[in-house]
Design a protein around this ligand. Structure first.
Ligand code: C5P
Length: 392
């Protein structure tokens, strides 16, 4: 997807990653976008406006008090002819300003005065990222509809390692491209399950599995990017809900089933969750005591949520995921037939669970289609395109 014809306001705030924003500006122009850069005072201490002027081919906006532009309303005009504002890097201080609606410099005022989507790519030290005020500000920004891109884990300029590194320029361009992609699920309601379930044994213990939820969350984000209204029913994970996606938190398979049924009808149901097949029949009211005699637990089968939804008269287009450790295709095809699914996504559990990437095989009535190993965001977008081709 080219960004040709798109107008982007690139905001640069004060952080070492400002040097990467220069490369980002160059890449955006290479994809055909027109870029106008606005820098905070601190950003100008890291990279000079002249660098961005040369790369964008336009004068750089740096101050509210430059009366040279017509009526002196640069903070309003500069946001009116753009498709997006992308702030990269977005410092912890700048996120705090945005979350509180402050407008004490040109870039924060541009963001406040905008009528277009705002995307931010945070970059900061890992401790600043995990600090409670930063996380509070991020939650507020996401609730306000701001898209947060990244950050990534890695080595930081300060010598520490952790979460807080800005996404690479090429990754940010890919995010913008996805945002600009055709909205193939516009007007559709998509329901996604993700993560593991947790089946209690007693008040402190339970049965669960190694699902991280990453694939399901990526599928929910891809459906949102494709224009769908998305509800994500999630088992326990440590992931943040993608902005613009409504998340319903559950623990057990029974809770997941109730939450899913309450969200119907939908146009598409994508069951990515690794639902426990069994639950403990009688959950102990108090913590079980250890005994030399060992422990016997009676397990009762859980309802199959996907099969139940697929069997309904008002069934959405149902997509299942099958994680197998052997005989992948045979098991997956049997599952697709048994659950009566138009589409099933097969993968090897040991190649997928907890990892950032996956190799997927899409099985439908037309046969099988391989999606070679790629990151889960890329796979999720390909899956959504495939689902849309079935619907349309
Ligand atoms: O039968 P199996 O668990 O391998 O099937 C996997 C697919 O079925 C996944 O899409 C999973 O989310 C869904 N499933 C479900 N309810 C269950 C078990 C699996 O929705 N109890």
């Amino acid at each position: 997807m080219s960004l040709s014809g798109k107008n982007i306001l690139l905001g640069v705030t004060g952080g070492v990653a400002a040097y990467k924003a220069a490369e980002l500006c160059r890449l955006l122009r290479k994809t055909g976008a027109s870029v106008r850069v606005a820098m905070t005072e601190a950003a100008c201490r890291f990279v000079t406006p002249l660098t961005f002027q040369a790369l964008s081919g336009k004068p750089v906006l740096t101050t509210m008090w430059d009366g040279s532009e017509g009526d002196g309303m640069a903070h309003i005009h500069a946001t009116r002819d753009v498709d997006w504002i992308l702030v990269a890097p977005a410092s912890a201080d700048f996120l705090a300003k945005l979350a509180h609606g402050r407008g004490d410099d040109l870039l924060s005022t541009l963001c406040l005065a905008r009528s277009v989507p705002l995307l931010v790519a945070p970059a900061m030290n890992q401790a600043m990222w995990s600090a409670a005020p930063t996380q509070r500000n991020l939650a507020q920004l996401q609730a306000d509809g701001v898209r947060v891109l990244g950050p990534a884990v890695g080595e930081q300029a300060c010598g520490e390692t952790g979460l807080g590194r800005m996404l690479e320029p090429a990754e940010l361009v890919a995010e913008l491209r996805a945002t600009a992609a055709p909205r193939v699920l516009a007007g559709r309601r998509v329901l996604v399950t993700a993560g593991p379930t947790f089946e209690p044994i007693d008040p402190v213990r339970g049965l669960t599995n190694r699902s991280s939820g990453k694939m399901g969350y990526a599928v929910a984000a891809a459906a949102r990017d494709a224009g769908a209204e998305v509800c994500l029913v999630s088992g326990p994970t440590c992931l943040a809900a993608p902005s613009g996606v409504r998340r319903v938190d559950v623990e057990t398979a029974a809770e997941m089933r109730s939450a899913v049924l309450a969200e119907l009808p939908a146009d598409v149901f994508i069951a990515v969750a690794a639902v426990a097949d069994y639950r403990v029949e009688t959950v102990a009211a108090h913590k079980l005591k250890k005994s030399a005699a060992g422990l016997h637990l009676d397990l009762a089968p859980n309802p199959d949520i996907l099969a139940e939804v697929a069997a309904r008269a008002d069934a959405p287009f149902c997509v299942g995921f099958a994680a197998e450790t052997e005989n992948l295709l045979a098991h997956a095809e049997a599952k697709r037939e048994h659950k009566k699914l138009p589409l099933l996504v097969a993968n090897l559990a040991q190649d997928t669970f907890g990892l950032e990437s996956a190799e997927l095989i899409l099985l439908d009535a037309a046969g099988s289609h391989l999606l070679p190993r790629a990151d889960k965001t890329t796979q999720a977008r390909a899956l959504i395109r495939h689902i849309a081709s079935h619907l349309n």
